[in-house]
Write a protein that binds this ligand. Sequence first.
Ligand code: UD1
Ligand code: CA
Length: 462
Amino acid sequence: MALACIILAAGAGTRMKSDLPKPLHEVAGVPMIDHVLRTVEQMDAERCVVVLGAGSERMQQALAGRAETCEQPRQLGTGHACICAKPALTDFSGDVLVTYADVPLITADTLQALVDRHRQEKAAATVLTTEVEDPTGYGRIVRDASGAVAEIVEDADATDQQRSIREINTGIIVFDSEALSEALSELSPDNEQGELYLTDAIGILVARGRRASALKTADPCEVMGINNRVQLAEAERIARDRIREQVMLNGVTLIDPPSTFIDAGVQIGRDTIIGPGCHLLGATTVGERCEIRGHVILRSATIGEEVLLRDHTVIEESAVGDGAQIGPFSLVRGNSSVGAKCKVGSSAEINRSRIAAGTKMQHFSYMGDATVGEGVNIGAGAITCNYDGIDKHPTTIERGAFIGSDTILIAPVTVGESAYTAAGSVISKDVPPGALAIERTGQRTIDDWAERMRRRREREQH
Ligand code: UD1
Ligand code: CA
């Protein structure tokens, strides 16, 4: 049996009080719509249609062609949203899974279990339900005397007695495609909110003698709908816990799990150890057997194997090769790369630069727009002056060069292979391979200066 998915994402999300469309609010560093798409992608679905409305331009940008879309020009309810998706699925026959962009924690296992139940029971529609302590705001599952699903009643339309029902509609429903079409054509806006409710489809099908079934999931957290920022924060907490648990089960040590933030989609190799207060964000990957000490921030960083990142190091949109060591308190950013077995020490900054393997840069240096060859030694405090106030200029340091401490490299400039620059030199001209460049005034030494100075002060005081 074929499967199609409709993801409803057109609602204005008024309760978020935001200029950003609700599905683009992030949970664990990833927009809610991405969570839902990633989950749906794990299903064996032939088609997937996302219904857009409020903020649809921004939504289209964010989706970047990853799913088919259709427009719901005015948000007239979840049933109306499905009517808008129908033209995209005219040639489709099979099961249609309807899910929401604001239910980010749903898992593929649960969706699959719902589809399986629907098929076993040969139902016209099967609702994913759960029981919650406080059902306020949710549609309630009304069952008949035999326990079969009879209808869903929205909170706003429920009688007091129905309001006391704690089994709620998660919003996720599988329909037989023909049954869905039939029911959609009978929806009416005759309710408190004047909307076409998808939930009414259940009562309509049952009234026609079709069978509605339900799967009750045990974990209400998984199906929580995000309508405001309090719920967003709650989903964030649950998502982060899940990610940490998964990472640990995959063989990564988290010294202090609650203080470790790992975005959805981050990959970490086994036997890597992560200290307290670290953030691994965006499209970050970390290899095996790395040691990441306290308070390291990785933002879309690619870290090789057996890398040591000392405390408070920040790597942004940059790569670090196998066996390299960086930090403490160093910053690598701007699409830089630090080669294998490099040693970058404390308070260094590397920006838009490529540092080849085995180079050392141990103490408070700055490399900007630089290409540094293999086995270079960059002395303490050496920096590139890559910016003249208007333009940025490149610096090239060829393999095996030795940059003396406190060298100032005024770009554009090249230091040739195995060349030396003397400590304290301001280098503004290219240095040929193998040469020494020294740029210093000669040292003047004045004997007995301290004693003479002391005597002068004494005279002045009397
Ligand atoms: C909905 C269900 C409710 C269920 C709850 C679960 C209906 C009528 N109610 O209520 O039974 O318990 O979800 O979280 O279905 N959307 C559109 N177009 C619209 C309206 C909504 O695409 O015209 C989308 C929204 O973007 C959102 C989803 O549908 O992703 C749910 O809409 P929302 O307004 O949040 O419904 P709830 O009131 O939470
Ligand atoms: Ca909702």
